[in-house]
Design a binder for this molecule. Structure first.
Ligand SMILES: C[S@@+](CC[C@H](N)C(=O)[O-])C[C@H]1O[C@@H](n2cnc3c(N)ncnc32)[C@H](O)[C@@H]1O
Length: 312
């Protein structure tokens, strides 16, 4: 197993650091530490007084974070979901004092690259897909017992896969005689269930994405992470979120739009726009990777960065 921070190229690095507008003495949270690509850049902007807390679900990310915390006393790390970020923030008495939070959602390159983590349809490994393999059930365990309707729902809604029902039927038929325990087994099964092949896209791409999102509770975590982030930020503090597919980006975009608009009152309610108590202002439109970054890092292709500032 290989495990070094150089394996994950941070996406939209300069854009994210600029958007966070890091204050040298500020308190910052990187809710998705990964291998610390963004975290190291935030630390580079901080003075001796500044502090950065890293969070991640993944034990390998935590191991890397612990190494960094030994070298840099301004940095600390906790293994938890950013959906519960208020807990370590409260323990540090940072409630309402956080100057910036980054959520760089999704999986890291090491998670995808290590066959034994079970995220990749291109590498044969146990069908696990958990960011924290010590918590919850693996993808194989779920597929062994889930109802066909539930599998269909997950693949259709979280994978936006129109052949979800066919794929779910194939899974259920297969598991009657053979346990589905490996990534290539699932990828081959999905491939066979598809009526045709798309150009330049493995047929199992959307199914793997769907099962991963479900197993890790990613969309609910994102919603909770956005809410908790706004709660703990200081006024003028910034929240930067990088997403990698449309389902997540839609959640972020709508949440920011609603919070920037303020109270949800009927449109004919006699009140001025500035009386609607918006909590945030939008700092920029969606930011995407430029040509240079895309040439160096194809993973950046689908990345979208959105940034807001807390105003109340
Ligand atoms: C795209 S990578 C982040 C990479 C990081 N910015 C870097 O430069 O190295 C996403 C990371 O977030 C973690 N993660 C995903 N969802 C999480 C959640 N709800 N709570 C905490 N960590 C999460 C994953 O384990 C993974 O390490």
């Amino acid at each position: 197993m290989t495990d070094s921070h150089s394996e994950h190229l941070p996406v939209l690095l300069n854009e994210t650091i600029a958007a966070l507008d890091v204050k040298a003495d500020g308190f910052y949270v990187d809710g998705t530490f990964g291998r610390g690509g963004h975290a190291r850049q935030i630390l580079a902007q901080l003075s001796e007084q500044g502090k950065l807390l890293g969070l991640d679900k993944d034990p390998q990310a935590i191991a890397e974070g612990l190494r960094l915390s030994k070298q840099d006393p301004r940095f600390s790390i906790e293994q938890c979901s950013f959906a519960q970020l208020a807990t370590p923030i409260n323990e540090r008495l940072w409630q309402g004092k956080v100057d910036g939070i980054l959520l760089d959602i999704g999986v890291s390159s090491p998670q995808l690259d290590q066959a034994e983590r079970g995220f990749s349809f291109q590498k044969d490994g146990p069908l696990d897909m958990r960011m924290n393999p010590d918590v919850g059930i693996s993808a194989a365990e779920w597929l062994a017992t889930a109802k066909v309707e539930d599998i269909t729902f997950v693949i259709k809604t979280l994978g936006e896969e129109k052949f979800g029902k066919r794929i779910a039927n194939a899974i259920v038929e297969t598991r009657e005689h053979t346990a589905i325990t490996s990534t290539t087994q699932l990828a081959t099964l999905v491939d066979k269930a598809m009526p045709f092949r798309e150009k330049n896209k493995h047929p199992a791409t959307r199914t793997f994405q769907a099962i991963r999102i479900y197993i890790n509770n990613e969309l609910d975590d994102l919603k909770a992470g956005l809410e908790q982030s706004l709660d703990v930020l200081a006024v003028n503090g910034r929240l930067a979120v990088i997403t990698f597919h449309s389902l997540e980006d839609r959640i972020v975009k709508r949440y920011f739009r609603d919070e920037a608009r303020g109270d949800d009152l009927p449109s004919n309610f006699p009140i001025r726009a500035d009386e609607l108590n918006p909590r945030i202002k939008l700092i920029s439109k969606a930011i995407k990777a430029g040509d240079d970054e895309l040439a160096a890092n194809p993973r950046a292709r689908s990345a979208v960065l959105r940034v807001v500032e807390k105003i109340a």
